[in-house]
Design a protein around this ligand. Structure first.
Ligand code: TYD
Ligand code: MG
Length: 456
């Protein structure tokens, strides 16, 4: 028997090297080489080669001869999940869900399984992390009593044979990092195991037509643990975001071969599992402190979805040489830029003020369209003047203090109107092109200074 040799594998691209290197020659990433014990090389590669050689036996076809795609989507009947998936699960599709531990991946998938089982689908839930009893416990907490096949198993060979035996329509594998192929010597969760396991699961999906959900752990910087090719291989990649302290959870698609990646699903973790939040704007604003200075309402767009949020700012006289800037939910560099614009172009001085910014509800503002709301919130706190409770503000702010046009302004306005906002400050360039809905006052502004004089 040949001796097992240590080898180093890049966790980003899978490059292999017999010795440790600081920078991966394959993808140029630093510090990604991880030690793995290589399997006796001839044996493993011979086996893989034997499996791969026959190919699919398919003939090349002309594009026009290929029948139209008639694959059916299986709706999970969890509206927010379906929205992100683009209408439901595609037959034979492989969907990867990543997210921090404890964010609710297993809970949501078990709930989805229950809905699918209720629709008469055959569903198999495979867990490498929890025992069947633990899953049962979770199911009773979620009041799930549907017929779902539960399998606590780590070895992929066994998983493969169970899938062939049960022939499920939909299967869940929780998680890919706990699955392993026994013929490979490296530990579960290592780069080579994940790569091989995923390619086997992928093949299984396409051959049997079973749609599968894969749960993926994330590393401390938020990427799905394992080789990057994992995300290339699967059809759909979803990420669960949200603060574990907060009860909102956002489900975002970052890749979708069968739909748009612009959709966002909003959930709330409750005592009875994940509940969909179909009206997030309403919920996000429901806890708003009315009558307090330093708050401005902004309508952001998450993909095609307008989402109202409460942008809060607090300024207080600093006792240090360098004032503090603490930003939660927005880009700190952008806030610094806006403070400079406020100071220079609108005469709102914050050089001797600590500034704290917070976006309520755990949302993350990434659009420049939020600039004006941030400026208004800061100015409101600085002057200690309230922005009217039925006023919403949006617009991008430039370095000259000008307010620039924003995309999809009309859509944002109608969402604001729907939630009872009657005065909406928008960039002048947008205001000119818009017909305001009945009873709504749309005010166009050209500069930040002008916005201040309108509001305060
Ligand atoms: P879980 O789905 O196990 O997270 P993941 O699979 O992403 O690691 O979620 C676990 C957390 O959710 C745990 O902290 C308990 C909480 N939870 C609820 O708040 N309500 C519930 O009904 C359930 C089942 C879990
Ligand atoms: Mg889990």
């Amino acid at each position: 028997m040949s001796k097992a040799k240590a080898c180093y594998t890049c966790s980003a691209c899978g490059y292999e090297s017999p010795k440790w290197i600081g920078r991966c020659p394959g993808c140029g990433a630093w510090n990604t080489m991880e030690e793995a014990i290589a399997a006796a090389p001839e044996k493993a590669s011979a086996k893989i080669a034997a499996k791969q050689r026959p190919g699919t036996g398919a003939e090349a076809m002309k594009l026009k001869d290929i029948p139209e795609d008639t694959t059916l989507r299986i709706p999970t009947r969890i509206s927010e999940l379906d929205r992100v998936l683009g209408g439901g699960i595609v037959e034979g599709g492989l969907i990867l869900i990543g997210g921090d531990p404890g964010i609710g991946k297993s809970t949501l998938l078990l709930q989805a399984c229950a809905h699918l089982a209720r629709d008469g689908k055959r569903v198999l839930y495979i867990s490498g992390e929890e025992s069947a009893r633990q899953i049962k416990l979770r199911a009773s907490r979620l009041e799930i009593s549907e017929d779902i096949y539960i399998l606590a198993e780590n070895a992929l060979d066994a998983v493969e044979s169970k899938i062939s035996a049960i022939e499920p329509d939909v299967a869940v594998i929780d998680s890919i990092q706990t699955m392993y192929r026994p013929e490979m010597a490296s530990a579960p969760g290592s780069v080579s195991q994940i790569r091989e396991s995923t390619s086997l699961i992928m093949r299984l999906c396409k051959e049997t037509g079973t749609s599968m959900f894969l749960v993926g752990h994330v590393t401390k910087d938020g990427a799905i643990a394992g080789p990057r090719i994992l995300e290339h291989m699967v059809d759909v990649v979803l990420y669960f975001e949200g603060d574990r302290q907060q009860d909102y959870r956002l489900l975002r698609a970052v890749k979708n071969r069968f739909g748009s990646v612009n959709e966002l699903g909003v959930f709330r973790m409750t005592g009875k599992g994940m509940q969909t939040v179909e009206n997030p704007s309403e919920e996000l604003l429901s806890r708003r402190a009315k009558g307090a200075s330093g708050s401005a309402v902004f309508c952001g767009l998450e993909g095609s979805r307008p989402l109202l949020c409460d942008v809060q700012a607090l300024t207080s006289t600093t006792f240090y040489g360098t004032p503090r800037r603490t930003v939660n939910g927005a880009d700190a560099a952008r806030v610094a830029l806006l403070l400079a614009v406020l100071e220079k172009r609108a005469n709102q001085r914050t050089y001797n003020q600590d500034v704290y910014i917070n976006v309520a509800g755990g949302l993350e503002l990434s659009e420049p369209a939020a600039d004006l709301a941030l400026c208004v919130a800061v100015a409101s706190s600085l002057k200690d003047r309230i922005v009217g409770p039925d006023i919403a503000v949006m617009g991008e702010v430039g370095l000259a203090g000008e307010v620039r046009s924003i995309p999809q302004c009309e859509r944002r306005i109608s969402e604001c109107a729907r939630l009872g906002f009657t005065t909406i400050l928008v960039p002048q360039a947008n205001a000119r092109r818009i017909k305001a809905p009945e009873g709504i006052r749309v005010i166009g502004v050209d500069t930040v200074a002008q916005a201040m004089s309108v509001l305060f």
